[in-house]
Write a protein that binds this ligand. Sequence first.
Ligand SMILES: C[S@@+](CC[C@H](N)C(=O)[O-])C[C@H]1O[C@@H](n2cnc3c(N)ncnc32)[C@H](O)[C@@H]1O
Length: 196
Amino acid sequence: MRRFAIIGHRAPSVGSFNLNDLSGSGGRMDVLARAINAALFISHGIREDTEIIVHLNGDLGFSRRVKFDGRILKGVHPDERSISGHIRSIIGKEMPPIGIYEVISEGISHSGGRLEDTLKEWKEMDLDILILDSGGESNKQWIKDDGLAFVISDDLNFTKEENEILEVYKKISLGSNELQGQACISIIHYILDNQM
Ligand SMILES: C[S@@+](CC[C@H](N)C(=O)[O-])C[C@H]1O[C@@H](n2cnc3c(N)ncnc32)[C@H](O)[C@@H]1O
């Protein structure tokens, strides 16, 4: 499996948002939806080897995580509005406790919690955790068949607090240009698909 975690710094975790205003009232939900698209969708299907956890951090004290699991995902279409619609319906629901993923539909579940909770769970699963950062190492010694988990930010840089939490992990660069998140995910897939 390949795992991605993306941080939605302004994405609402409770209430609702306007599907016609994903970047404004959705707190850059468009960026998160494109990342989900790049992580999970191929031309005529879904990557069954990939999971992405979206961190909705926009409402102080109410961080929620939404997990999309490509192994069993059904009923999601690869467009920003449809993906965002799934997330919008989830944030209207009661927040499950941290670490308890409550199933919403096949391949979609949600839990309370923040980046540090995802990292703790990944460590318990013995995954190799890699932070996507243009200033990181550019060698590809991290490549392997299975058990990789990548952390990526939305359109904002990681916060000071996040950087402190992420300090202990290996940072990898996909080049000196600052890329959009969904492009980084596609490049990771390309590298791992071709083991290059
Ligand atoms: C759009 S960028 C972050 C915002 C950007 N730093 C800014 O100035 O607004 C989104 C994320 O993609 C990842 N990223 C972007 N370019 C990268 C690169 N060249 N190598 C590795 N990761 C990259 C990082 O995780 C970054 O936080």
